[in-house]
Design a protein around this ligand. Structure first.
Ligand SMILES: *Cc1c(COP(=O)(O)O)cnc(C)c1O
Length: 232
């Protein structure tokens, strides 16, 4: 965790501390800090709280609900057109069209019905605007029954079906390790599944463990509370 207290500092101070911690962790691992993208997770925070972070130069943000993002981001994007929005939460197939229209990266592809819905909407969006969101498959590395994601044993077949059956371009993988276990084995497992499937984007690590994720190859860390403070 960055050594800046949540209470005595501003989101902009904490952003700088997180950026410094990311750079430090990358260098310790012999990696170029530019290989690690900070996804600032702004879910539950209002536009007014996000604005200073935008003004400080942060451009990549994560949201976990389509409706919330739709309410907050179009106005912010009008003022900061180079914002990149990532959907990090579960996606219902009937919201695929809205998600494809709004997000640049979708981290939560985890079932055949969603792959089919995204394939249809991405083809439509591509024809209309030339835009094509990047897609990550969510892996349920801890095989938790309540958690979204493909179980590791089914990952290769699911990725192959996304590519072969649905014609999707898959760019990487995402995981959320179990809350009560050391995260590193989960990060290592995700990296291993990515490697054998030829995937380069690894979305792993949150406020409590992004440094460990970077040590194991994360290309995208999703950091919310360490920047924006505790969610109410
Ligand atoms: C909320 C959330 C995060 C950010 O969590 P913090 O612990 O606040 O950094 C990251 N990833 C996902 C999928 C989330 O839902």
């Amino acid at each position: 965790m960055p050594d800046v207290s949540l209470e005595a500092s501003s989101a902009v101070d904490r952003l700088a501390a997180v950026r410094a911690a990311i750079a430090r962790a990358a260098r310790e691992e012999g990696r170029d800090p530019a290989e690690v993208t900070l996804v600032a997770v702004s879910k539950t925070f209002a536009a007014g709280q996000i604005e200073p972070v935008l003004a400080a130069g942060q451009r990549v943000f994560g949201e976990n609900r389509v409706q919330e993002a739709k309410a907050k981001w179009p106005a912010l994007k009008a003022r900061y057109p180079d914002v990149e929005l990532h959907l990090i939460g579960p996606l219902q197939s009937n919201k695929a069209q809205e998600a494809v229209a709004l997000f640049d990266v979708i981290h939560s592809l985890d079932r055949p019905s969603l792959a089919a819905a995204l394939a249809k909407e991405i083809a439509r969006e591509k024809a209309k605007s030339g835009r094509q969101p990047r897609l990550l498959v969510q892996i349920n590395t801890g095989e938790e029954p309540q958690k979204a994601g493909v179980v590791p044993a089914e990952a290769d077949a699911f990725i192959a079906a996304c590519r072969g059956v649905h014609g999707l371009v898959i760019d990487g993988l995402m995981c959320i390790p179990p809350i009560d276990e050391p995260p590193s084995p989960h990060f290592a497992l995700l990296a291993q599944i990515a490697r054998r499937n030829g995937l380069s984007m690894l979305s792993m690590g949150m406020s409590a463990d992004f440094e460990q994720a970077i040590m194991l190859g994360a290309t995208h860390v999703r950091v919310g509370s360490a920047i924006f403070g505790h969610r109410g």
